[in-house]
Design a protein around this ligand. Sequence first.
Ligand code: COA
Length: 351
Amino acid sequence: MKTKIAGIGHYVPENIVTNDDLTQFMDTTDEWIRERTGIEERRYATKHKESTTSLGAKAAKIAIDRAGIKPEEVDFIIFATLSPDYYFPGCGVLLQRELGITKSEAAALDIRNQCSGFVYGLSIADQFIKSGMYKNILLVGAEMHSMGLDFSDEGRAVTVIFGDGAGAVVLQPTDKEDQGILTTCLHSDGTHAEELAMINPGSHGGYHLGVEKFGYPDPSTPGGVFVTQKMVDDNMLSPNMTGQLVFKTAVVKFPEVIKEALDKTGLTTEDIDIFVPHQANLRISQFVQRTLKLPDEKVVNNIQKYGNTTAASIPIAMSEAWEQGRIKEGNLVCLAAFGSGFTWGSALIRW
Ligand code: COA
């Protein structure tokens, strides 16, 4: 028994924000952003009207429809995001409610694996399908970054990169020998956890970080350290990134984890029909493409239009490529991701 992708869909908000639009808020230029990241524009969801869950629900409805099932047939939801609607509960149950999945044995799981969230989710779903536990798993990657970014000059290196969007797949068992997920490879290394992170608000209370630096009250004071006035005053409630470390590590880990998947399955880079990298940065994807010696027609890049949508980037890119007829039955699809944690992973799927 293997796991096949039975339906796929994506949704991006209508509101297009160009690089020039961002120059109204911060000291940046279209040229700087394009040159360093390849990004030309991104989408921002509408505040008060959309959320990470609502974006995910729109993508999920398309995937469910294309799988030829009804929402109530979904028995397990996996929701990958780093920008959840609430600190808790997670988006999984909110999506369940939004889609009206009322089946008593249905369950929802949220995962926090940032840019690798979709590949991690795929691997989790694969194990549950292969074990026979579930028959229709809905895996969603969705992000509403625009709510949490710093639009001042201080935040510009991070803010220009990220965009909002969602992608989803429905996973089902298949007994066809030449179809389905062939392998998934997952890795993590917490050494650089804070180098690409949003650490506030949080329960760390200064641990790892230095109490003084974050202006925490006397440690003997009960409560009150999850979010402090100093965090608000000093603009500490947005993501930070050591860009060059991320870049240098990503261009090593991407090819490494792809080779691991190919070695495990006895395949080679020539066997890959289509490569869908996490859309981290066009320069990273181009570097990986050169390392793997893949021709342009085998690589999916859409970061130019959507920016980096973290857990949503692979399913959005895969869904678009499928809609454009670039992914066909029998194709070997290679997915790979790297990001915050650091976490990284790959998957090989026979479509
Ligand atoms: N617009 C204009 N200038 C900017 C800017 C922006 N949006 N962001 C940063 N700069 C400036 C910096 O302040 C710095 O100025 P200085 O030289 O006067 O100090 C200069 O540009 C270079 O900054 P630096 O951070 O060294 O740039 P870089 O060449 O490393 O490029 C990234 C920055 C983020 C584009 C690059 O490091 C990168 O792509 N990293 C990987 C990021 C990534 O893929 N993240 C997602 C992982 S999932």
